[in-house]
Design a protein around this ligand. Structure first.
Ligand code: ADP
Ligand code: MG
Length: 378
């Protein structure tokens, strides 16, 4: 699947225009603050219904405008597919999705176009907050198994319910038993999904880390379940979670929130069995993120569904030549349509045989588009 043409309207600083993309590699070139990331973001919005750089959709609507829109014509093996997303300003932003011209609920729209984005903010993933790693993991699971969205939301709902129940003075213990059992059932589903995905990631990262790092240190991706106080796991995730809730109940009642469960999970990236978060050098952490992102693309690409688009926003300038080459090499295995933004063409290690379309971006407008070959000499 690739995007043939994309139209934006009142999207950040982008001039209303239609862009004809190359089926394979697209390079968006320009100085800072011209709108390169915005164009990549518009592509990503169509697939993911969100941005890769902000959780605030209102930021995407041009200042002073009420409605922003992005639409595209995609080609799926010769079959034309039409996608459109509109964002309307209000107390909260309303998203309207259209597939083949028909308004489609986001849950049904999701998955018809898929994209993986890699941007400089991702480079902090290893050492940043657990929440960002849980989000990375959950989004990957959604992309591969759309049914997970409803499961995840059901768990979140039961967490909120239990927490507000804990905060009531002297809650009914029998009713708390009922909430606990629901929390255990829904929480175990989330834990099992994550456990399974982490095993897949571990296997993929193991293969990709060495090619990026160029040495023999052994990486690992480990699941750190949010079951505190060192309670040993026996039996199923549900049994374990049930035991943790039982043991933690007095503490939870005192604090007014649930201290054990998937909402406290983490994903631990290791090198030679030591957490990179604590002991890794900046270079090792970056290598691990590159390996994670390549693994993400690989896992999504091999799952059923349309072939994901790949967006690399200004990543090349953040990485050294070796990591860049390894990244581009690993990615070139997947025949995805690629969108690259950069301030300097020379940052991109595109081999001499690589055909790409170069777009010059100036003040929100594309001033030139031309087809070229290679940024690196042989
Ligand atoms: N909602 C918006 N309305 C109008 N302009 C915006 C909006 N959001 C961002 N901008 C402006 O768009 C410009 C382009 O931003 P960006 O796409 O991040 O540029 P680049 O990636 O080329 O550095 C910036 O000058 C920014 O201030
Ligand atoms: Mg940018």
């Amino acid at each position: 699947m690739f995007i043939r043409r994309l139209t934006t309207r009142a999207f950040r600083n982008l001039a209303a225009a239609t862009v004809e993309f190359h089926p394979s590699v697209n390079v968006i070139l320009g100085a800072n603050a011209q709108g390169k990331t915005s164009l990549a973001e518009a592509v990503y919005l169509l697939a993911a219904l969100r941005s890769f750089r902000t959780s605030q959709l209102r930021e995407l609507i041009r200042h002073g405008e009420a409605i922003a829109g992005v639409s595209a014509e995609a080609d799926d093996g010769g079959v034309i597919q039409n996608f459109a997303v509109e964002l309307e300003r209000g107390p909260s932003v309303t998203r309207i999705c259209r597939y083949q011209g028909h308004e489609t609920p986001p849950a049904r729209y999701a998955g018809k176009l898929r994209a993986v984005a890699f941007h400089p903010g991702d480079l902090g993933l290893v050492a940043g907050l657990p929440e960002a790693r849980r989000r990375f993991l959950d989004r990957l699971i959604f992309s591969v198994s759309p049914a997970y969205l409803a499961e995840y939301q059901a768990f979140q709902h039961s967490l909120r319910q239990r927490n507000s129940f804990l905060r009531q003075g002297a809650p009914d213990m029998e009713l708390l038993d009922v909430y606990d059992e629901q929390f255990v059932r829904l929480g175990a589903v989330v834990m099992e999904r994550r456990e399974k995905m982490i095993a897949e990631l571990n296997e993929a990262v193991d293969r990709h880390y060495a090619s990026v790092a160029g040495d023999g240190e052994k990486p690992g991706v480990r699941y750190e379940p949010g079951v505190s106080s060192g309670l040993a796991r026996e039996g199923s995730a549900a049994d374990w979670l049930r035991a943790a809730l039982e043991r933690g109940r007095p503490r939870d009642l005192e604090r007014g929130f649930t201290g054990d469960g998937p909402h406290c999970d983490d994903l631990d990236l290791q090198l030679d069995q030591k957490p990179l978060r604590k002991f890794g050098s900046q270079g090792q952490r970056r290598t691990a993120v590159v390996a994670l992102k390549v693994s993400e693309l690989e896992i999504i690409a091999r799952s059923p569904g349309p072939r994901p688009l790949l967006l690399l926003d200004d990543v090349a300038s953040e990485l050294d030549l070796r990591r860049n080459r390894a990244l581009f090499e690993a990615l070139s295995v997947h025949p995805a349509q690629v969108f690259l933004t950069t301030t300097e063409l020379s940052h991109l290690p595109l081999g001499p045989a690589t055909e790409f379309r170069e777009f010059a971006m100036e003040q929100g407008a594309i001033t030139q588009a031309r087809d070229r070959r290679g940024t690196e000499s042989p």
